[in-house]
Design a protein around this ligand. Structure first.
Ligand code: ZN
Length: 242
């Protein structure tokens, strides 16, 4: 079945910062969306400044997996949209949170923690180690891959302990970071993937696009049983123990 992906991007840095525009002339969502289309996925792009922040209920209802990149305008995402995304995740929609999306209201709401971390912009090499090589998100990767220049994110990363930790990053300046974290909330799967600072061509790198593709396939909803709550009649006759 074709996976329906909505690639959500705040899409502000690209409009206001020439250095970012040079790397991502059509927005950082563009290379991600193009790659996912090449993989046979049905892709829609949504951005902050569209009505309903690009995510009216009708769009979310037709989304199997939502990817989220935001940074400078987390506060401008409406609480109604945050509640709607949370509800869809609980119902089974997958969510892939990218880089500075760690501080989005959507991720904080679903994690229940501050999601704060250490950071530094110093053109550092990042080496991303695969620590769970049997996991579907690691399929097709080597023991590690490197990003030549990135922003550093370091521990502590204030998130709940991941249910599965797929990647650990090492940075040239010495820090380490849990950079590939899996969670489940309700019926929905969530993956946090660290790389993707807006001034670097990270989303043009093949390993990064490969991980995003794997993560979307992993997070896509499965056709499980409908959930029922509340009072239920017994399936069997309950015996008289007198
Ligand atoms: Zn950044």
């Amino acid at each position: 079945m074709t996976i329906r992906v909505t690639v959500w991007n705040e899409y502000r840095h690209e409009k206001s910062d020439a250095a970012v525009r040079l790397v991502y002339p059509d927005g950082l969502h563009a290379p991600i969306a193009a790659h996912l289309r090449q993989q046979g996925m049905q892709v829609r792009v949504a951005t902050l400044d569209e009505p309903d922040n690009g995510l009216p209920a009708a769009v979310l209802a037709e989304t199997d997996v939502l990817t989220w990149w935001g940074h400078m305008a987390h506060g401008e995402v409406s609480d109604a949209v945050v509640a709607r995304v949370q509800q869809r995740v609980l119902e089974g929609m997958g969510l892939l949170v990218l880089h500075s999306g760690h501080f989005s209201k959507v991720f904080q709401t679903l994690m229940g923690t501050t999601c704060n971390l250490i950071w530094r912009e110093a053109d550092e090499r990042e080496r991303i180690w695969v620590v769970e090589p049997g996991h579907p998100i690691a399929a097709g990767l080597g023991p590690y891959f490197e990003i030549p220049r990135e922003e550093m994110y370091g521990e502590r990363f204030d998130v709940p302990a991941p249910e599965t930790l797929v990647f650990v990053s090492w940075f040239e300046g010495g820090e380490v970071f849990r950079s590939g974290c899996c969670y489940q909330r309700g019926k929905g799967r969530i993956f946090y993937f660290r790389p993707g600072h807006e001034t670097y061509p990270t989303y043009l790198q093949k390993e990064v696009l490969h991980v995003i593709t794997n993560a979307i396939k992993w997070a896509a909803p499965i056709d499980g049983p409908a959930v029922e709550y509340g009072n239920r009649a017994a399936l069997e006759t309950i015996g008289d123990r007198a």
